[in-house]
Ligand binder design. Structure first.
Ligand code: 0X9
Ligand code: ZN
Length: 430
């Protein structure tokens, strides 16, 4: 009894202490007018190792930068020197993190009292809940769904995925669609997007399982993801203990073997640290092993992230793959399908090469690695940030948006699946 009580007190303390690290962290919106200012900002961000939520583009898009309490003075002084305009969007991001916790708890309590839906889309589920859900689905639909582990994370968690197929993946020719989410730990809204696909394929859109085999990996970075729930909401990387003490984690989206190390950080403390070599991390190795199993019939790969309402394709050095026009065309179809049902206050999706759209280079990305296989459709989705409320933004998720995020993203994925089917029919008729 005493043990139980202690456990309760400790877990409560954990929840309350969870956002303490962020006390006084401020979110700045910065406006640049020319390339010099943007470069100045890039150098500053690198020197202070700041967390860039959105990249600034001169005159086109303001940047969003999170600045720890003790760096605010230096940061503002430097902005002043370079005459970069700014606005403090949140003087203390902890307040938003606490608000997100409160909204989630309220939504969880409401969904417990109203057990109408089988799998609630009003909260962001923890790793264990997602595993139980996947297991349950596999048990309920044994002829169509099987659950597998791709391997274990650095802390030993299984990286689970579902295979959804009407012939247990026996076909050698059927197209495969591979979806993953939560490669970046803090991008919570990506999770309901992949869970919604599972629900739809086993329900209202079961016809899409007839001619396509699906692989869905909802939690690609389980250690990082759990860490965002237990310790640090804005954690991005995995939980590798690096040689530099005090700076754990590798950015898994810089660790794949495509131009590895050319546009990423070699500093362990950086949020874009690429690791000690390509595929140095068990998580990226696990994803690679699943990709290898289906490589020759993989037609569409989508790595779901947040945020910014974007559909991005390769390469992270601005070079275009040979099928760039098709990538763009199908990307636009997907974006239009999402835009048709999106919330009115959200911006339209933008589609393009990653460097053209986000304006930063990035090497070792998952979707670039898959693109390098050849004539495949490989994308990174960046789900929307702005939601109903002004005070919940960026990586933070408003519970009301969770189902909508799943619903609208599925519209985009279905447009991709439609293209895959069309292409397969043409191939088969030749
Ligand atoms: O920088 C990233 O890893 C992605 N953006 S995020 O804000 N979710 O971190 C974009 C990656 C797109 N990469 C390539 N297509 N190379
Ligand atoms: Zn991401």
């Amino acid at each position: 009894m005493y043990k139980l009580y202690l456990l309760f007190v400790l877990s409560l303390a954990g929840v309350l202490a969870k956002n303490e690290d962020y006390i006084g962290h401020a979110l700045y919106e910065v406006k640049t007018f020319n390339d010099e200012q943007t470069q100045y900002l890039d150098v500053l961000v690198e020197r202070l190792n700041l967390d860039v939520w959105r990249n600034a583009i001169p005159r086109l898009e303001t940047g969003l930068i999170l600045v720890p309490r003790d760096l605010k003075v230096v940061f503002q002084t430097e902005l002043f020197k370079a005459q970069i305009e700014y606005e403090v969007k949140s003087a203390n991001i902890k307040e938003q993190l606490d608000l997100e916790d409160e909204l989630m708890s309220a939504a969880a309590a409401a969904s417990r009292s109203n057990r109408s839906s089988l799998f609630p889309f009003d909260v962001i589920h923890r790793y264990d809940v997602v595993n139980n859900y996947m297991r349950d689905i596999a048990n309920r639909f044994p002829r169509i769904v099987t659950m597998h582990s791709a391997g274990r994370s650095i802390q030993g968690r299984e990286i689970n995925y579902l295979r959804i197929s009407n012939d247990n993946f026996q076909s050698r020719t059927k197209p495969v669609i591979f979806l993953q989410s939560l490669l970046h730990a803090r991008e919570w809204v990506s999770l309901p997007a992949s869970l919604y696909v599972i629900e739809s394929l086993l329900g209202k859109d079961a016809s899409l399982v007839r001619d396509i085999d699906w692989i869905i990996m909802p939690v690609a970075n389980p250690d990082g993801y759990e860490f965002t729930h237990t310790n640090s909401r804005l954690w991005r990387k995995n939980r590798r203990v690096n040689s530099l003490p005090g700076c754990p984690g590798v950015d898994l989206n810089r660790n794949f073997d495509n131009s590895w190390g050319t546009a990423s950080s070699s500093l362990a403390c950086s949020d874009t640290f690429h690791g000690t070599g390509p595929f140095s991390e068990p998580e990226t190795q696990a994803i690679r092993s699943v990709l290898n199993q289906v490589k020759n019939r993989l037609e569409l790969f989508i790595d779901i992230h947040s945020f910014g309402s974007m559909i991005l394709y390769a390469y992270g050095n601005r070079q275009l793959p040979p099928n760039a026009l098709i990538l763009n065309m199908v990307g636009v179809r997907m974006a239009q399908s999402i835009d048709a049902v999106k919330w009115g206050q959200h911006p339209n999706y933008r589609v393009g090469n990653i460097v053209d759209v986000i304006r930063y280079t990035a090497s070792g990305g998952a979707s670039d690695y898959v693109q390098s296989f050849g004539d495949i459709l490989s994308y990174t989705y960046e789900l929307p940030a702005y939601r109903n409320r002004q005070d919940i933004n960026g990586f933070l998720v408003e519970p009301e948006f969770i189902r909508q995020a799943g619903f609208e993203t599925w519209e985009g994925i279905k447009a991709g699946a439609a293209y895959v089917l069309q292409r397969t029919r043409i191939k088969n008729s030749n």
